[in-house]
Ligand binder design. Structure first.
Ligand SMILES: Cc1ncc(COP(=O)(O)O)c(C=O)c1O
Length: 387
């Protein structure tokens, strides 16, 4: 008997033939830049745990105490029962760290982007999105129903033109990754801020990969560019350098109150549990008290780039933080090099379309402060033999 889902096997075959099928694997984080996959211990160049906090004792202990006191689920959304004492403490810790009036928390960074963008613009408005922005920004733009304009990566001339063309809309919003997730380069924030002022547009910066890593105090790309006094909307995640789960947005009291009333992804979803909030507060404490970690992250990342250059291995132009992509273009090639690296003891994921544009498949190497210089050198030496 035929089923309305009969088309799915053909679709899976097509994905496999194009080397675009995604295999899920079980990974155990071991800390210290190592993970275990299928019984093999690998040097882990695949996580976004840039400061090695996810498995740290400080976070485990804070989470354990919170579970003992408050149990697990938050039982309802933040506006109902979800604003428990650890939630409140995390809001205060993040506001203090980010030097902002208040923050709003979301269950994930993805939901922070979707909820914030769709609270700010709708069908009367226009949103302007860098072509290499993360999928959560793109989905937020689409769901908002605002006119959706995509500009080529970091192309201020096209952006300026598109902003000029949109002079008749009610509101304009420019959205950008601060540190691009798959390319590791920075958005031109001073210029974007200037353009936003010229065209009376709002500017939203997604600090997902920059929080904890960039800026003198680890507050991200807006701090890095010394733009913190400007009313730029900053979205962050608790899931990367902070080592937990969740998203947040910073801003003035009115702005955060507005999002609390309008951002559907936080109104209609259960609040973050105490265990996560307590661990994230502990991570922020670590980021504040351990500035050396940011220096280590930068120097290891720079060392990796220098080693790749010395071995004539190209990495993405502009990569400047802990994300170092080696672009191989072909999806099958990226998969096969990733597999060979795994056999040799290194976990380096292959990133393929639609996460990145067609013909730009890559190995995405991410550096954690727990890597040793020797880890980096041995990765580069293996890679040289495979390309
Ligand atoms: C730039 C960027 N923004 C947002 C997100 C979503 O964050 P989360 O994993 O916390 O949902 C990611 C995650 O990969 C990301 O890379």
């Amino acid at each position: 008997m035929s089923s309305p889902l009969d088309w799915i096997p053909d679709e899976l075959t097509r994905l496999r033939e194009q080397s675009l099928y995604r295999e899920s694997r079980n990974v155990t984080a071991l800390g210290n830049g190592r993970c275990e996959i299928a019984g093999q211990i690998l040097i882990d160049f695949g996580s976004n745990d840039y400061l090695n906090l996810a498995t740290s004792n400080a976070l485990k202990e804070a989470g354990t105490v919170a579970i003992q006191k408050q149990g697990l689920g938050a039982r309802a959304s933040a506006l109902i029962t979800g604003r428990h004492p650890e939630y409140q403490r995390l809001c205060e810790a993040l506001s203090e760290f980010e030097k902002t009036d208040d923050v709003i928390l979301f269950p994930t960074g993805y939901m922070a982007n979707v909820g914030t963008i769709s609270a700010l613009v709708d069908s009367e408005d226009a949103v302007f999105c860098d072509r290499l922005n993360h999928a959560s920004l793109v989905d937020g733009c689409r769901l908002s129903r605002a006119k959706f304009r995509v500009y080529p990566h970091r192309d201020l001339t096209v952006l300026n033109r598109e902003l000029e063309k949109a002079s008749d809309v009610r509101r304009k919003l420019i959205v950008t990754d601060g540190l691009f997730s798959m390319d590791g380069d920075l958005a031109p924030l001073p210029e974007l801020w200037e353009l936003s002022q010229k065209h009376d547009a709002m500017l939203l910066v997604d600090e997902a990969h920059a929080t904890g890593v960039l800026g003198e105090h680890g507050r991200g790309s807006v701090e890095h560019f010394d733009l913190e006094d400007q009313p730029i909307i900053r979205v962050g995640t608790l899931s990367k350098a902070i080592g937990c789960l969740g998203g947040f947005v910073t801003g003035s009291q009115d702005f955060i109150d507005y999002l609390r009333n309008k951002a559907g992804t936080q109104i209609y979803s259960t609040g973050l549990p105490a265990v996560i909030c307590a661990a994230a507060s502990a991570a922020i404490e670590q980021i504040i008290t351990n500035p050396q970690q940011r220096i280590t992250s930068q120097s290891l990342s720079d060392l990796l780039r220098a080693e790749l250059t010395a071995q004539n291995i190209d990495y993405a132009a502009g990569s400047c933080g802990p994300i170092v992509p080696v672009i191989l273009n072909d999806a099958a090639l990226a998969l096969s090099v990733s597999d060979k690296l795994q056999e040799a003891g290194f976990f380096v994921p292959a990133i393929r379309p639609p996460t990145v544009p067609a013909e730009t498949s890559r190995l995405r190497i991410t550096i954690s402060t727990s890597h040793t210089e020797e880890d980096l050198r041995s990765l580069v030496s293996q890679l040289r033999g495979m390309l």
